[in-house]
Write a protein that binds this ligand. Sequence first.
Ligand SMILES: CC(C)(COP(=O)(O)OP(=O)(O)OC[C@H]1O[C@@H](n2cnc3c(N)ncnc32)[C@H](O)[C@@H]1OP(=O)(O)O)[C@@H](O)C(=O)NCCC(=O)NCCS
Length: 154
Amino acid sequence: MAYFVRKATLEDVAEMIRLERQCPTTAHWTEQQYANLFAASAESPVRLALVGEEEGGSVLAGFLVARYLPAEWELENIVVAPAVRRMGIGRQLIDSLLVQARQTNSTAVFLEVRESNSAARRLYEYVGFMETGRRKAYYSHPSEDAVLYSKTLV
Ligand SMILES: CC(C)(COP(=O)(O)OP(=O)(O)OC[C@H]1O[C@@H](n2cnc3c(N)ncnc32)[C@H](O)[C@@H]1OP(=O)(O)O)[C@@H](O)C(=O)NCCC(=O)NCCS
């Protein structure tokens, strides 16, 4: 099966939430927070929301949300549907973020992840992120360290 990446729209929000709710390891946002991605105002941060979709299909395979903090991007959330993992969709989503980051002349993309989230950590390392540090007991329920990763673009 072939998958492609496109920019998310407001119409994708319900499906993004459905996907996110299936994934206990990912960041959980309210419906309003997702809707705000598409209601940019002068005060709101610039965000990029991408979805992965099957060619010719209509069901979302995954999504990514990132925030622009000139001159860097923060990868805030990435989710791929359990049934289609290990098919390269996560990599495709991050590759598209890296293209966007380069287009904005950014110097790096950074993120943080639970120490125990080995699938996500392997993905980040696979696409070239380097571990840069840790935040002790950063997460709660359960308490866990955050591992910080960064990919330099220059
Ligand atoms: C992390 C996640 C997005 C990966 O998405 P994915 O589409 O399955 O990843 P890809 O198929 O693009 O993987 C690319 C490479 O990353 C590595 N990788 C990804 N998942 C892995 C896993 N479970 N175990 C080991 N390596 C893995 C592999 O090197 C893989 O290449 P390969 O399949 O050829 O060996 C997915 O597991 C997910 O949605 N997890 C739940 C949500 C989550 O925790 N998000 C992160 C929040 S910080």
